[in-house]
Design a protein around this ligand. Structure first.
Ligand code: FE2
Length: 191
């Protein structure tokens, strides 16, 4: 039996409701994301593959603020990157096409939740190929930037989050400051 988007959303709601520890949530949902993206992708419509010439595109597949669950496709043209950011929640990411690159940062100052005096150390890099899955949890912050270098082809990815994900902290590595910013998306739900 095919694993449908509706079943994936139902499983995501249940996992989020049942497990207070975010690590348990992503433990349950990572293999389900793998099954979803490696199965029948007919739930994805042309609207979910729309790009944006100015920056990476976020297309909402499913958003339910009451549940605290949201699902987006992201379309990364060559040379498009996020800023350095965190999420404040858990996430499960599957690669639909191309290679997504993730560069990690680790906060090393002891000021914890302060918005300045932030010292970030660069961590490693991960290259995620089509049909692979990664996850993250705020531990206390998962800080990274993701994107596609201009030497590679367009990538498309599917992102499940534990909240609506319409805002996040962006970090300026050089000044040691972070700012809370709104992030927009194109509503491609119900298409
Ligand atoms: Fe991210």
């Amino acid at each position: 039996m095919e694993y449908t988007l509706d079943k994936f959303i139902e499983d995501s709601r249940m996992a989020a409701a049942e497990h207070p520890d975010f690590s348990d949530v992503v433990d349950v949902l990572a293999p389900k994301m793998l099954k979803l993206i490696n199965g029948d992708r007919s739930f994805l419509k042309p609207e979910h593959f729309q790009d944006d010439p100015h920056h990476y595109a976020r297309n909402a597949v499913f958003v339910c603020p009451e549940d605290g669950i949201s699902l987006f496709t992201m379309v990364w043209n060559p040379g498009q990157w996020t800023p350095v950011h965190d999420h404040g929640t858990w996430g499960v990411v599957g690669v639909l096409k191309g290679v997504l690159e993730e560069k990690s940062f680790i906060r090393t100052d002891s000021r914890e939740k302060d918005d300045e005096g932030i010292v970030l150390k660069r961590g490693g890099v991960i290259l995620l190929k089509e049909n692979s899955v990664t996850t993250f949890v705020p531990n206390p912050d998962h800080i990274h930037k993701t994107g596609v270098p201009d030497t590679r082809e367009q990538a498309v990815t599917l992102h499940l989050y534990g909240r609506e994900m319409n805002d996040y902290y962006c970090y300026n590595v050089a000044t040691g400051r972070r700012a809370h910013v709104q992030v927009s998306y194109r509503d491609a739900t119900g298409v």
